[in-house]
Design a protein around this ligand. Structure first.
Ligand SMILES: Cc1cc2nc3c(=O)[nH]c(=O)nc-3n(C[C@H](O)[C@H](O)[C@H](O)COP(=O)(O)OP(=O)(O)OC[C@H]3O[C@@H](n4cnc5c(N)ncnc54)[C@H](O)[C@@H]3O)c2cc1C
Length: 406
């Protein structure tokens, strides 16, 4: 089977993995990996964790050195894709060049949702998605500065914990009534709120930043919707991302909260797939459509497409998992916990090592673990096999989880 040249737009976790997996599967066609960031393909999670703390240089983030791409005959093209001509199977690049494709894969990821209030464009209002943004924050932050973090999601809290450990004064402002409210159970929110508060981070819930004050050039503080003011030298915004769907939409592909693909991660055009953060995929496992933002989702999508393009098509059936490092605590999540109706705690919250088992109609749908890697790994294996244990078993400290895997 010849599919012709494969062009991948975006060299994040998904794009890099697809190129590498296609070669592992023995594809001999041309592979062009187009990216608009001026770095070799790199990992994002450390940007709000170890890298921000000051561990390692940019090279420590790269998936592979440059030689890997030349050895594997993967053409890394530093450019921006600006349009797709589906009839001619061509991608136009910002430089004026164009690429012919047999199969095109959109791995355009997501971009920061920007704050839409006056003064949001000041230099001391920062975001955290790219290596350049992390590097410039890492160089900028010093002990004693006052930072307001807008948004108590994973990235906001990871940044807050790192900044506090570096001696900054940290306030976190969140509109929802609890931290990470959209992603985790109340048990996990409460635990992390208390840990961050104990570390000296002030968390303001149920309020939003209504304005940013400045002295003309620099941030001096923020006003909150409840009338309070907080002094600040720096603002870090973590209010979520928007999937990069415009290239697909302009080419006439269907988009909604992501580029719409079927269970094989294929768009309505049989020559175009989409994967990773930008893809809204039909999930037979969960029913309905999902768009997830995680390394697991991006890399497993890529492996699924690589298999299909080399002759082994299977519907995507990955079990979602995710992690977040906040201060000394590691949170790991597996499954999809939306819509759970019962939770069971296993382990010891006081000792900071516990898991929340989430149930929907008696079926285990996900596990959130704090410093309990064994529970997380158990959940990954059990849920991959569509297994479950009863809430009573989960609650019983003497129940051997491994016995449920055999
Ligand atoms: C700070 C941070 C911490 C994170 N921590 C975790 C974590 O702990 N655990 C976890 O599971 N996930 C984490 N994530 C999420 C994870 O990194 C993303 O889900 C993952 O990067 C998605 O990969 P992707 O390849 O789909 O998209 P991206 O990584 O966004 O890559 C897409 C690339 O495509 C480029 N691009 C877009 N449009 C074009 C175009 N038209 N032409 C050329 N190039 C284009 C973009 O510039 C980008 O480089 C974190 C993310 C961030 C930002």
């Amino acid at each position: 089977m010849t599919i012709g040249p494969v062009v991948i737009i975006g060299a994040g976790h998904a794009g890099y993995q697809l190129a590498a997996s296609l070669r592992q599967h023995g594809l001999s066609e041309r592979i062009a990996l187009v990216n608009d960031e001026s770095h070799l393909p790199y990992q994002r999670p450390p940007l709000s964790k170890a890298y921000l703390k000051g561990t390692g240089g940019p090279d420590s983030l790269m998936f592979r050195p440059e030689k890997f791409y030349s050895d594997q005959k993967i053409d890394l093209i530093s450019d921006r894709a600006v349009s797709i001509d589906r009839a001619a199977r061509k991608v136009a690049l910002a430089s004026g060049a164009s690429l012919d494709y047999g199969h095109l894969v959109l791995a355009t990821g997501a971009r920061n949702r920007l704050l839409d209030i006056p003064n949001a464009n000041l230099d001391s209002v920062r975001y955290l998605r790219t290596l350049d943004e992390s590097q410039s924050l890492r160089d900028y932050i010093t002990a004693g500065q006052r930072v307001v973090v807008i948004g108590a999601g994973f990235i906001g809290l990871e940044f807050a914990a790192t900044a506090r450990a570096k001696g900054l004064e940290v306030d976190v402002v969140e509109l929802a009534p609890r931290v990470m409210a959209r992603a985790v159970t109340a048990e996990i929110s409460e635990y992390f709120q208390s840990r961050h508060t104990a570390a000296g981070i002030r968390i303001h819930l149920g309020v939003q930043v209504t304005s940013i004050e400045s002295d003309g050039s620099k941030v001096t503080g923020v006003s909150l919707s409840d009338g309070r003011h907080i002094k600040a030298d720096l603002i870090v915004v973590g209010v979520g991302v928007l999937p990069n769907v415009e290239l697909a939409a302009e080419a006439g592909l269907k988009v909604a909260a992501g580029i719409i693909v079927d269970e094989n991660l294929l768009t309505a055009d049989p020559n175009i797939s989409a994967m990773g953060d930008c893809a809204l995929y039909a999930s037979p496992r969960f029913g309905g459509s999902l768009r997830l933002e995680s390394v697991q989702n991006a890399t497993d999508h890529a492996r699924c497409i690589a298999a299909r393009l080399t002759g082994d098509a299977k519907a995507y059936d990955g079990v979602p998992w995710f992690w977040s490092d906040q201060g000394p605590d590691k949170l790991q999540m597996v499954g999809l916990t939306t819509g759970y109706d019962r939770v069971v705690v296993r382990g010891d919250r006081e000792k900071g090592a516990f898991s929340v088992f989430c149930y929907k109609e008696g079926q285990l749908v996900g596990i959130e673990s704090v410093n309990r890697a064994g529970d997380h790994m158990f959940g990954r294996r059990l849920l991959a096999a569509h297994g479950s244990i009863t809430p009573e078993q989960a609650a019983d400290a003497n129940f051997d989880l491994k016995s449920a895997l055999t």
